[in-house]
Design a protein around this ligand. Structure first.
Ligand SMILES: Nc1ncnc2c1ncn2[C@@H]1O[C@H](COP(=O)(O)OP(=O)(O)OP(=O)(O)O)[C@@H](O)[C@H]1O
Ligand SMILES: [Mg+2]
Length: 236
């Protein structure tokens, strides 16, 4: 495929939970080296979107193409092997394993690439905690561990679910810089976030969802002036 081709194309994505349309025809694409911000009120379908792309469940309609190929039939672990991984809104480490062991387990899911779990922990700032049980980490450290585990699988497409929530201003700045540096190295990122200031530091490309639909797609600056977006966030 050409260097200009998107790494991810999502078209008319649908996911129902009983009568609830969590995704009702969402479409977007991301190129290598690009960051797409995804915002929207609580319950608008942001995490469902990440779950659909990462393969937590099968979708009920639409297409997910990765590197030009449909992937919606693939189980999650195979998507990880192809280079798709994600972080969780609520971190889910193996609490009884050490920090290092958590990264080592994640690394086993990515076949054929050399991964040094200690280097990843050094890079992410958790090296001094490597031998502590994951349950002893505070919540921002658990978020960093979640990111370290995703990085251990060498993602080409990284789906980040509200990693900014609960971080202090200094941590937020360094996280924004970190995500941008991943994109500069060619990674594609979908960054779900409520914090507009944080998104503004990460990207100017934004999708806003409401009730499973795309409410807005374009420049972040324009979104903050869009009456539909303001109404969805502030209830008018
Ligand atoms: N596994 C599930 N079973 C049933 N309903 C679900 C499931 N996952 C999500 N939902 C529902 O789908 C809708 C979208 O949820 P989702 O978690 O994607 O929202 P969100 O935009 O990530 O919200 P938040 O900002 O609060 O994280 C919500 O109404 C939610 O209750
Ligand atoms: Mg969510």
């Amino acid at each position: 495929m050409s260097p200009e081709a998107p790494i991810l194309e999502v078209e008319g994505l649908k996911k129902h939970f009983g009568g609830l349309k969590a995704l009702d025809g969402v479409s977007f694409s991301i190129h290598p080296g690009e960051i797409l911000g995804l915002a929207g009120p609580n319950g608008s379908g942001k995490t469902t979107c990440i779950n659909a792309i990462s393969g937590v469940f099968r979708v009920d309609g639409g297409q997910i193409r990765y590197l030009g190929q449909p992937i919606q039939h693939l189980p999650a672990y195979r998507r990880v092997r192809h280079g798709i991984n994600r972080t969780f809104q609520v971190p889910r480490p193996f609490l009884g394993l050490t920090v290092l062991e958590n990264v080592m387990v994640a690394a086993t899911y990515r076949g054929g690439r050399n991964v040094n779990p200690r280097h990843i922990l050094e890079d992410i700032g958790l090296a001094e905690h490597a031998d502590r049980p994951a349950r002893s980490l505070n919540s921002s450290q658990q978020k960093m561990l979640g990111l370290a585990r995703a990085l251990a699988t060498h993602p080409r497409l990284l789906l980040v679910d509200e990693i900014g929530a609960g971080l202090n201003p200094v941590e937020l700045s360094s996280m924004a810089e970190r995500l941008r540096s991943y994109a500069e190295q060619g990674m594609a990122l979908l960054v779900v976030e409520h914090l507009m200031d944080f998104l503004d530091r990460v990207t100017d490309r934004l999708l806003v969802m409401d009730a499973g639909n795309t409410l807005f797609s374009g420049k972040l600056q324009q979104a903050t002036e869009d009456s539909r977006v303001i109404e969805a966030f502030l209830g008018g």
